[in-house]
Design a protein around this ligand. Sequence first.
Ligand code: NAD
Length: 481
Amino acid sequence: MEQQPQQQQPQQHRDQYIGGGWRPSLGSESIPVLNPATEEVIASVPAGTAADVDAAVAAARGAARAWGATPPAQRLEHLTRLRDGLAARQAEITGTVVAELGCPLSFATPVQAGLPLAVAHSYIEILSGFAFSEQIGNSTVHLEPAGVVAAITPWNYPLHQIVAKVVPALAAGCTVVLKPAEDTPLVARLFARIVDGAGFPAGVFNLVTGVGSVAGAALAGHPDVDLVSFTGSTAVGRQIAATAGAGIKRVALELGGKSANVVLPGADLARAVNVNVGNVMSNSGQTCSAWTRLLVHQDQYEEAVAIAAKAAAKYVPGDPASAETRLGPVVNARQRERVRGYIETAVREGARVAAGGAEAPEGLATGFYVRPTVLADVTADMTVAQEEIFGPVLSVIAYRDEEHALEIANGTAYGLAGGVWAADNDTAAAFARRMDTGQVDINGGRFNPLAPFGGFKGSGVGRELGRHGLEEFLQPKSLQF
Ligand code: NAD
């Protein structure tokens, strides 16, 4: 049985969810979970071993044929109960993500808890109307489940990234082993409890917490895994792709970005810049699709920098559990040092600090806080204009004309998201069509959880969300008559 929450004392979890129940981890090590605002240990989870992974994959393999053969209507019943479980536990989900990620309550409620619910709901609608077979000439083409899925997820949107992989995989008829990020395993355990309550057959969903280089690597390289779906850093993504390639496994990778928000002359500059600052500061800048490069025409440059600096000053770092807080800490000490290091590098390379800076924010001696920072005089070749920082840092870059803006926008290894603002949608959309990136918001177009999400170039392969996200977990089989 899973342990019940206790007051004050950090909870010491020792079990993994494998084969339809909680069972003791086969390893003896544990991973402490810290609250990034207080730096206190709030819980610990087992550091799963290769033996835990073997057990979980064996359970998933054992359940795969029967689950893959269920009629979609039966899977729909389970997924509806899962969706209802997510709906019933919104407050608990929010509280968990505030505590282990440091995400402010005001953002965690709609995004960390609300978005996964919306995504789970979207798959109920998609599955209800999805055609798993079609006739092509003398062939009947069946879309069959890909098999056993390894889902390896990061900490920045911990439940969303779990739901965006696990729910479509289950909807497709796949079975899953989830290895969540070390920093945010508690919401993953809560998700496993919700899955458990939804009555899925044993082995259809399994959770192994653990360290990436041990449990993650064992799962990604497991011979009995058919498809690896990974979100995280480029370095690990590259390793996973190589391992998957050697084992002829399918792979989906979501590896982050350095997205450009391009403000063309004639656009509403104040709105474009204010929305950009909100976009970067949300979740302390720990968003793979964040518009971390703001591109403005050289004639409007100083005006844009001033607007951005003023907007950034409204993101006063503070306690994420307080309803007023708009900017919490970053996830851990390593990330804080990394982000501060990038700000220092920018200054060394000639950037000007228009707001924030690398120093610790005043009055916050405890917690992994970083000042909301706007960097001006950034040029396209600087480190901060090329590398993903994953912190509350916006770089403002000047362009000469539209061609120059396009060259800068497309001039990184990444291509995940972006924004374009212009006097009219047609002008913005024409520019967006020339950007090498997977998603572009036109004049502030809002996030659509049904639209395919994923990257061009170094941002990865494959798509999540919506119908495209379901198709990632299917493979066609053609029968000729
Ligand atoms: P990471 O890539 O190390 O971790 C992501 C997941 O992969 C975690 O579950 C981790 O345990 C697992 N993992 C780590 N090594 C593994 C291995 N060898 N085999 C299999 N799985 C492994 O990312 P991180 O260290 O948490 O963050 C580092 C940087 O990655 C961030 O600063 C950011 O730039 C980027 N990042 C991007 C996203 C995104 O949404 N694209 C999310 C988180 C982090």
